[in-house]
Design a protein around this ligand. Sequence first.
Ligand code: FAD
Length: 426
Amino acid sequence: MRLVVVGGVAAGLSAASRARRLDASLDILVLEKGSRIAYGACGLPYYIEGQVGSLDQLTSRTPDSFRAERRIEVRTQTEVSALRHAQRELQLVSGERIRYDKLIWAAGARPANPARPDGRTFVLRTDEDAARLQTFLEERRPKTAAVVGGGYIGLEMATALRARGLAVSLYEREGHYLRRGDDWLTRRITGRLERSRVAVRLRTPVGSPAELSEDVVVWAAGLKPNTGLLADAGAATGRSGALQVTDQCETTLPGVWAAGDCAETHLIVSGRPVWIPLGATANKMGRVAGANAAGLRQRFPGVAGTSIVRIAGLGVALTGLNPEQARLDGFRPAAALIEAPDRPRYFRGRQLQVELIADCATRRLLGATIAGDEGVRGAINVVATALAARMTLDDFLSLDLAYTPPYAAAMDPLLIAAQQLAHELR
Ligand code: FAD
């Protein structure tokens, strides 16, 4: 029985490894069009910033180590160009045909490319993109940079290029960042960017790099899922354009699973299908797809929609829904926004802003947005856990959270926000 996996990064390699652990007899082949596998794309902005010395440091495994340790064959520089599912056959760009019994599609996503790109315009998705940008920065020594897109990659790249000493302008079509239209968050992020001397241009659509005068342009204006070949073979895609999958990560083609950035999942708070392409999700979906391709029946529970980003030293973390999204999903949300120190002031406590959202009718927690210099990760993870447990505000208020001055405040900012929200709901 042969399992073929297309894509050799987070989702594909988790899937292949899990399938191998569960079924020693499977013949497993991973096909990857790039020259490197198992690298952390999440580390690329820090490579550009100079915090990571080389791209090799971002790579955790090689094809040889997969072969030797897991008996998984990995072929790099091997691009799939067609899929004939009725014949259970893939065709490579080279013309070679590869047969499969089961297929896992983990082909990820690609950046939306700029119109009329030129030699000073870069996207950042792969190690090769990062290497090209790094070479340009070293050889041409640009003084000014434009970053197009205020999503997390744009924000990380504005931070990275600023840290390298370039004068950076950030262009964003909408009036906010991270697709999250909360005014307080927009003000907080803008304030931090401006403090680090990034010129912020919100509500400024850029049609093509030709409109910009900066020496280098980083185009981070959205992603598209790599679904074309599978969709051509008849697999259904959702409204996002990503592949529709069951809770067992199976596509609408029998015997074909999909995981990671090419696939949709659903939001646990509302059940709505979503496409939130992130690394941690790709790993977890990959494990489920691999287990099911090996004959198990495992469920991927969906995502809370948790993410975190560092913007010029400011941590911003999101989970679940903000008030606007909650209304669109049919809830009647109430929200409380507070600011409180993460530790006692005598222990150099830093201010944390917490917005907590709950449904007025059921008092169920719906989401949170948190910003601060420290403590953001721990706080958002508590709320993400509460969302997974479908906690009400009252359950949340009774949580026993840790306190000691070097690490925490006696009254945790999360509980202050929850008390305020309970007050709003009365
Ligand atoms: P990918 O990593 O895209 O891998 C898919 C692979 O499939 C690619 O290597 C591609 O070459 C290959 N492929 C595609 N088509 C074919 C074909 N036809 N034939 C053969 N091979 C093919 N996520 C977080 O959670 N936190 C972060 O902080 C974070 N930071 C990020 C920063 C940057 C700059 C980037 C680019 C991403 C970041 N992410 C982050 C997202 C995270 O990297 C992705 O969610 C994750 O890599 C998705 O894994 P994947 O396996 O689904 O897809």
